[in-house]
Ligand binder design. Structure first.
Ligand code: NAG
Ligand code: NAG
Ligand code: NAG
Ligand code: NAG
Ligand code: NAG
Ligand code: NAG
Ligand code: NAG
Ligand code: NAG
Ligand code: NAG
Length: 440
């Protein structure tokens, strides 16, 4: 598209320019609803810019959606990881002063290196955003450290001419002792607490674990055995005509790793195409809200569906389906559709557009979509949640520009992991139903 614009402006007659512009209309081009996606990304960037401490760079776990002053001061390391990737997107797109964005990235990495409490390179899930100290007696979290490293690696690749950013990115990734977190088993533990040691649960089943495993297998300093990729279970799940790897869990498990890792047109040793698996998971989710008997109580429709882990009227919950989890009540969680934009662009963007156009007063605020809302009861969650804003921004930009995919995947350590695992390119059989826009 950039090339076309270039050609159009320098080498073509006005008639040819008109033709190029017409041929880029939403129905025929890959990028549909470009202005909406850009608006969503800008609003999400504003969250990461305003709701982080400018000195430490640590991003709030949650804040008020309207951006009003909010004394909560707990940051989530995963939100900071999505934040780093969003800063790189904002720098690329020129959403704000590029020098200031670069300084924020630098401050964030310096603080993680010098001040954020760690054990063997792993970080606590929730920290005081000003001091970096552990709060709520939370665990050193393996998946949340991986999402933090997703951002750390992305900025290290994107700001490749900035020596200190590159050096800090390298140091932080190299410091993570992935082998230690296995505690002598075949699996990476979910976490560790100083009071009680390793947790009683491991990453042993397909879910959002892939970014953790790929960082661990690719680690230049503490690589884990490649066999770790082979041993996690891949539960076979069928819902209506959809057959995919899934277990009772909300849709985000099919999205978070994919925000950083580009699995498109690749398959592993098990001949599994994880991109297509997430396409199927998204289709199954849509069909669940449109056709499941339990859902017929509510007003879900073609352009109004999707719930994933979020705030609910009764607190934070891993609600969603299929299968039905939690007390679904007609609410919508916009990041369910947004986190799947690259998988089913037409269907997911239709939902986002409907919310943006028809539910503005209830569901659109300073930082974009609210985390969750219910048009039947008029309940609106007052907050946005960092990781939900993050997956929205990263996936919108991956769809438009493959930005985080290109940068994260350009790390030689990540490439090494993909090769060691045995990912090979292939051409998936195109499915007729709700075909990806722009493929072929
Ligand atoms: C952070 O919030 C806690 C709990 O509200 C409060 O006790 C503490 O003083 C706050 N810290 C700062 C630096 O504002
Ligand atoms: C980080 O740690 C360094 C060295 O201990 C200290 O000088 C600095 O003030 C700390 N920074 C913040 C933001 O707390
Ligand atoms: C793992 O860690 C826990 C707690 O730190 C410990 O009790 C257990 O023996 C360790 N080893 C294995 C193989 O689980
Ligand atoms: C750990 O999990 C196992 C299997 O689910 C359970 O039997 C055991 O009681 C748990 N141990 C602790 C300390 O929670
Ligand atoms: C999964 O289940 C479906 C439907 O029961 C079946 O057709 C398919 O062969 C199964 N796949 C695997 C890998 O077990
Ligand atoms: C491929 O998977 C099998 C198990 O299905 C495993 O034994 C083998 O080592 C794997 N190969 C690679 C290169 O990982
Ligand atoms: C807004 O709602 C109306 C009425 O339900 C619907 O016809 C229209 O398609 C919706 N707009 C969008 C952008 O989805
Ligand atoms: C829904 O909430 C909004 C904002 O609080 C209010 O203006 C509106 O009247 C409410 N609508 C209903 C049907 O309660
Ligand atoms: C698949 O798509 C082709 C071309 O659009 C159409 O002719 C055909 O009927 C479709 N097949 C099915 C099974 O929907």
């Amino acid at each position: 598209m950039k090339l076309l614009t270039f050609l159009a402006t320098c080498c073509m007659s006005p008639v040819a320019i008109l033709f190029v512009i017409l041929s880029l209309n939403p129905a025929s081009s890959q990028i549909i609803e470009e202005p909406l996606l850009d608006e969503i990304e800008r609003a999400g960037f504003l969250f990461f810019w305003e709701q982080a401490d400018s000195v430490t760079g640590q991003v709030k776990d949650r804040s008020l959606a309207a951006g009003n002053p909010d004394p909560r001061n707990v940051s989530s390391i995963a939100a900071t990881g999505f934040g780093l990737a969003t800063l790189a997107i904002a720098h690329d797109r020129g959403y704000s002063n590029r020098y200031l964005i670069e300084q924020r990235v630098l401050n964030t990495l310096r603080f993680i290196k010098n001040n954020l409490t760690n054990v063997n390179g792993w970080y606590y899930h929730f920290v005081d955003m000003y001091t970096g100290e552990r709060v709520w007696e939370c665990e050193l979290s393996s998946i949340d450290t991986a999402l933090l490293m997703g951002g750390v690696v992305t900025v290290g690749q994107y700001f490749k001419d900035h020596a200190e950013i590159v050096a800090l990115s390298k140091e932080l990734y190299e410091a993570v002792d992935f082998v230690w977190m296995m505690n002598g088993t075949q699996f990476i533990n979910m976490g560790w607490k100083p009071e009680s040691g390793f947790l009683n649960d491991s990453w042993n089943r397909y879910c959002e674990l892939m970014i953790l495993l790929i960082l661990a297998i690719g680690s230049p300093t503490h690589p884990i055995p490649i066999n770790s990729w082979n041993v996690f279970s891949r539960p076979n799940f069928t819902y209506m005509e959809h057959n995919y790897i899934h277990f009772p869990a909300p849709l985000f498990v099919h999205q978070f790793s994919h925000a950083f890792i580009d699995f498109e047109n690749l398959r592993d040793n098990f001949t599994i195409d994880y991109f297509q698996n997430s396409v199927t998971a998204t289709r199954a989710t849509k069909d669940f809200f449109l056709h499941d008997e339990e859902m017929s109580l509510w007003s879900y429709s073609e352009n109004f569906w999707g719930v994933t882990a979020s705030d609910t009227p009764y607190g934070y919950d891993a609600w969603g389906g299929p299968p039905l989890m939690g007390r679904i009540d007609g609410s919508i969680v916009p990041c369910a559709a947004a986190g799947s934009i690259p998988f089913l662009p037409q269907e997911t963007i239709a939902v986002l557009k409907n919310i943006r156009v028809n539910h503005t007063a209830q569901a659109w605020s300073r930082y974009g979509f609210v985390d969750a809302f219910n048009p039947i009861t008029n309940w609106t969650n007052p907050d946005v949640i960092g990781i939900d804003v993050g997956v929205t921004v990263l996936m919108a930009d991956n769809y438009r520009n493959k930005f985080v995919w290109r940068n994260f995947m350009s790390s030689p350590h990540i490439q090494n992991a993909m090769n060691k695992i045995g990912f090979v390119p292939y051409q998936p059989v195109k499915q007729n139903k709700s075909k990806r826009i722009g493929s072929n």
